[in-house]
Design a protein around this ligand. Structure first.
Ligand code: MN
Length: 232
């Protein structure tokens, strides 16, 4: 007799550059407002904002190079280009000075966002889930192992739409850098292999339309591409 009522879903996983092996994903954390200029463009004072997180579901993952339908239930579907951390070792209450030890690698990511639903929830004091956690919302490029690329703490992060540059900043402009993000998050969760952390987007977020082609890159990390299709 089958052990499951339905066949289990395929394991969510991310490509690893230069190999056919894949990184199995169990959780996705995302940092909110982690670049000062982006916090300001969203109407917030970055100086007074402590770090905060929201989550996406592994079923939201989409590989770089894919086409996704324009998201359901939104009229303001936005891109957010981000550096993604992949955890490789368990970590609990890890100090910033040791935090990089738990990192397996890095990738380019797009935190796709239903901005109208996010703004409505924010204004009503409701959860962000409908704005952030939906199918196709967690786009990710191939993971680059830290053993090969090191731990990027600076470098250009860029996103273009149809060849026009829309976001261009430097990783060093993060309010909370990678070790600080890991240290903070590890006081609330047991970090473990399979955890991805989207580290926030710089300024220049904006809407996409059906037919748009997004291309992003982060110095020393890699590239990402996404095509936006028609609404379903
Ligand atoms: Mn984001």
């Amino acid at each position: 007799m089958d052990a499951y009522v339905f066949p289990p879903a395929a394991q969510a996983a991310v490509a690893v550059r230069g190999t056919s092996r894949r990184y199995a994903v169990s959780r996705i954390f995302c940092v909110g407002r982690n670049y000062a200029a982006h916090a300001r463009e969203m109407g917030f004072d970055p100086d007074r904002e402590p770090p905060f997180f929201f989550n996406k579901t592994p079923i939201d993952l989409v590989a770089s190079g894919s086409a996704i339908a324009y998201a359901l239930g939104t009229n303001n579907f936005h891109y957010e280009m981000e550096l993604v951390i992949a955890i490789g070792k368990p970590a609990l209450r890890i100090a910033p000075q040791q935090a990089l030890d738990c990192v397996w690698g890095y990738a380019c990511g797009l935190d796709m966002t239903r901005r109208d639903l996010q703004a409505m929830a924010r204004d009503k004091g409701q959860p962000w889930d409908f704005g952030k956690d939906f199918e196709g919302s967690a786009v990710i490029g191939a993971l680059a192992p830290a053993s090969e690329i090191g731990h990027p703490d600076s470098g250009v992060i860029q996103l273009s739409v149809n060849g026009q540059l829309r976001q261009s900043a430097d990783l060093k402009d993060m309010i909370w850098n990678v070790p600080e993000v890991l240290s903070n998050l590890s006081t609330y969760y047991h970090l473990r292999p399979g955890d991805l952390i989207y580290t926030g987007t710089p300024e220049g977020v904006g809407p996409v339309r059906p037919g748009d082609r997004l291309t992003g890159r982060i110095d020393g990390v890699g590239e990402i591409a996404l095509a936006i299709g028609q609404p379903e």
